[in-house]
Design a protein around this ligand. Structure first.
Ligand SMILES: [Cu+2]
Length: 101
């Protein structure tokens, strides 16, 4: 089932060094934006648009949008649990988790 306002799967588990790629198969733009306080200590921040902080991502929403059929990828170099969300649909519960082993 495809839900236009959810990450699918909501939680993924990958090995260290894996590049996770998000694809937008829907009709509306989304972002992949890490919660700065939900990534491991010392881990690289990530957000579509290439921002270095959650604040910058929130303040420059347009540049971070992943439009339909576009993708965004991030390579996870450090183990731990990473929480992220979609800025436009955060209030609708569009959040996800990447677990890196
Ligand atoms: Cu969204």
């Amino acid at each position: 089932m495809t839900d236009d306002f959810a990450f699918e799967p909501k939680t993924v588990t990958v090995d260290t060094g894996t590049t996770v790629t998000w694809t937008n198969p829907g009709d509306v733009p989304h972002t992949v934006t890490a919660y700065e306080d939900e990534i491991p200590d010392g881990a690289a921040y990530f957000a579509s648009g290439g921002f270095e902080s959650e604040r910058a991502a929130r303040n420059n929403l347009k540049e971070g949008l992943i439009v339909p059929d576009e993708t965004y990828g991030h390579t996870f170099e450090q183990s731990g649990t990473y929480g992220y969300f979609c800025i436009p649909h955060e209030s609708s519960g569009m959040v996800g988790t990447v677990r890196v082993k």
